[in-house]
Design a protein around this ligand. Sequence first.
Ligand code: AMP
Ligand code: ZN
Length: 468
Amino acid sequence: MAIFFYNSLTRKKEEFNPIKDNEVKMYTCGPTVYNYPHIGNLRTFIFEDLLHRWLEYRGFKVIQVMNLTDVDDKTIKNSQANKMSLKEYTDIYKKAFFEDIETLNIKKATYYPAATEYIEEMIEMIKVLLDKGYAYETNDGIYFKISSFPEYGKLAHLEKDELKAGASGRVSLDEYEKENVSDFALWKKWTPEDGEVKWESPFGPGRPGWHIECSVMSMKLLGETFDIHCGGIDNLFPHHENEIAQSEAYSGKKFVNYWLHSVHLIVNGEKMSKSKGNFFTLRDLLAKGYSARSIRYALLTTHYRKPLNFTFDLLIQANSSLKRIDDFIFALKNINKEGQFDEFLKSVLDNQIKKFEEAMDDDLNISEAIASIFELINIYYENFDNITKELANKVIEIFKRIDNVLGFIFSNEQKDELTEEEKTLIEERTKAKKEKNFAKADEIRNILLSKGIELRDTKEGVIWKRIK
Ligand code: AMP
Ligand code: ZN
């Protein structure tokens, strides 16, 4: 088994080999907590969740860091507009972020450092960059001098003339375009617009630039060289390019071995973003009646390097795909046929799971992986009469295993089996029916229905299904 990832640094698919056998250290740029995440942000977090889960499926211990950007141009501006302190304001959106990832069944990262908890370390790193001659001071801050780092541009594959043009300029904003390649701020000296937001430093009161935040938090928690760094494609330049420059200038070592970037969620051909106003939050969609499970399915099942166009139809399709899976599991759970495994169906199961795994090893090719599951379902339906109880249980067991990766096959209710009380009620109803006490049987059926369990009588006996 070998896993391949497309590395933005080399622009090639490469075999993945972590620094330490059996352990992967990955850094994922987290939310800027100035608003609710939109589902574009969540697409990226779900892609990172899939990566984390796939590496675990393949036996690696995963150490994942996701930072919370709780001080930058946007958080300061918005906290002021809402007449709140930076902390009061960002705390609201930190909480909302954790609620959203839980709703979407995104696995927890190992660490969630907040930028404001690492200011001391950022100041230390800036001091080293000044000492080594990679940074300089101006009236308004400390800047990284891109011409002092000859490899600047290696991630974004910048052309020489783009660099030359940029070497003369300077930008203090956290976000800027490739056309404005230039020296960037490591420390921004306090100005009255910053209000109460400031920290003391040897370069005067002020605050860190956005890019240094991620260099510091990643290296502090994962070491000076680590395996994987992810983010949405908009993070590639300038954010990740600047992270490489600062970190490698500081440590003299390679910062990250594999850079993985997810492509945007788009709406009518444009990136979904807060500034364009063309966005939906998770809460918007839940309020419209879509389920978190369908949203997870819709955001997860297109390959992370393909653009995904958001439409409501996408959620409706997701819902019907999930229903096909639910019905299949329901049908399997109710098979009572005794006997040996059917050789053909057993080999279909093995082959389709192998295809699933091979697709995932190939740069997380989720659309092919899912297709192999639906193929399995189709073939099983065609040969339904040959499925024995033992084989049905085996399929359910394997689905549970792959759901550690997908996180949408079994909703919480489906994971549960019947409780003892529910089992007893079903047995009592069967007994009542045998005794022709139909009134009692109906009464028990209604009690179960009120608990969300629907019963159906078949030739083989009673079968049940959870309906809420
Ligand atoms: P932010 O909260 O803006 O710092 O973004 C958090 C993450 O979401 C980053 O990795 C961004 O690259 C990513 N992101 C932003 N917009 C989109 C989008 N429309 N589709 C996918 N990812 C996005
Ligand atoms: Zn970052």
